[in-house]
Write a protein that binds this ligand. Structure first.
Ligand code: NAD
Length: 296
């Protein structure tokens, strides 16, 4: 079944995701503030929309991939936005990583207008977006999830229905808070080992099969050597940039504050990544925080 898909936000992630929808045979109308981004989609077989209102009126399905909650709220709820112009029953998929409160507010406004909506943030980065192998964490009613899955299967490999509205965003920030904390812990262990004269490879060999084992150690080791694929071997070129980890840690702290959850280690990880980013690390891989912790 071929649909008209409106895609707003054709950046590093949204651009290749939209192209995968074109390749699957859908008519894709794209909109972005950047004309170059829209031209790239047009070169790949999509079409440029003249604006959000026209795109929303023409689309059966709308996907958004925008920087933050304020952009998403403006594009959906603002004057001339999606909700004002879309046909009732239109399926809306917001794949941006945003705060849970904004995701729930936009979803409630969409449902009130008779639309179907899911929040569906991703992990897998630019390579996953290009390869159609993203993981989608999806929040929303069963019916909307069922409708969205067809499109998410084109752009991703693993599609998980996390629960009601906002739970896709909740899953994303809980996971990334855990990742930020565990990466700092693994880096501290390697820094202490260095000071104690324990070889990094030996620590890796022991801890990767012992109780300290975790993904940050065994799949993304922050020191060069033990794991050739990890960014530590390419002078911490991302990978997953520290600035993006900091964005997700900030979202986790906002959610912890608004929900009353105690997340002291999440707060500490946010402070450490703020210091790392402010000292020049923001475009490095997030595992590069080991240099900051080491003091070199
Ligand atoms: P990006 O900055 O490359 O793309 C965002 C695009 O949105 C830009 O092209 C920008 O021009 C456009 N945009 C902003 N405001 C707009 C508006 N009002 N109307 C139309 N277009 C507008 O960002 P990205 O890396 O593609 O990330 C997008 C989202 O995906 C973010 O929420 C990010 O946190 C999340 N994410 C990114 C990655 C990654 O590795 N890049 C991984 C997982 C999740």
């Amino acid at each position: 079944m071929s649909s008209t898909v409106g895609f707003i936000g054709l950046g590093n992630m949204g651009g290749p995701m939209a192209v995968n929808l074109v390749k699957a045979g859908h008519k894709v109308l794209g909109f972005d503030l950047s004309d170059a981004a829209m031209s790239a989609l047009a070169d790949a077989g999509g079409e440029k929309a003249t604006g959000v209102a026209d795109l929303a009126a023409a689309a059966d399905v709308i996907v958004t991939m925008l920087p933050a909650g304020k952009h998403v709220r403006q594009i959906y709820e603002g004057e001339g936005g999606i909700l004002e112009n879309a046909k009732p029953g239109t399926l809306m998929i917001d794949s941006s990583t945003i705060d849970v409160d904004s995701a729930r507010a936009v979803s409630a406004a969409a449902i009130e207008k008779g639309m179907q909506m899911v929040d569906a943030p991703v992990s897998g980065g630019v390579a996953g977006a290009a390869g159609g192998t993203l993981t989608f964490m999806v929040g929303g009613p069963d019916e909307a999830f069922g409708l969205a899955k067809h499109y998410l299967d084109i752009m991703g490999k693993t599609i998980v229905h996390a629960g009601g509205a906002g739970t896709g965003q909740a899953a994303k920030i809980c996971n990334n808070m855990l990742l930020g904390i565990s990466m700092v812990g693994v880096c501290e262990a390697f820094v202490l080992a260095e000071r104690l004269g324990l070889d990094a490879q030996k620590l890796f060999d022991i801890s990767s099969t012992a109780s300290g084992q975790c993904w940050s150690l065994t799949s993304y080791c922050p020191v060069p050597g033990p794991l050739p694929s990890s960014p530590a071997n390419r002078d911490y070129q991302p990978g997953f940039a520290a600035a993006m980890m900091l964005k997700d840690l900030k979202l986790a702290q906002e959610a912890a504050n608004s929900s009353g959850a105690a997340t002291p280690l999440g707060a500490e990880a946010e402070s450490l990544y703020t210091l790392f980013c402010n000292s020049g690390g923001e475009s490095q891989d997030f595992s590069g925080i080991i240099k900051f912790l080491r003091g070199s």
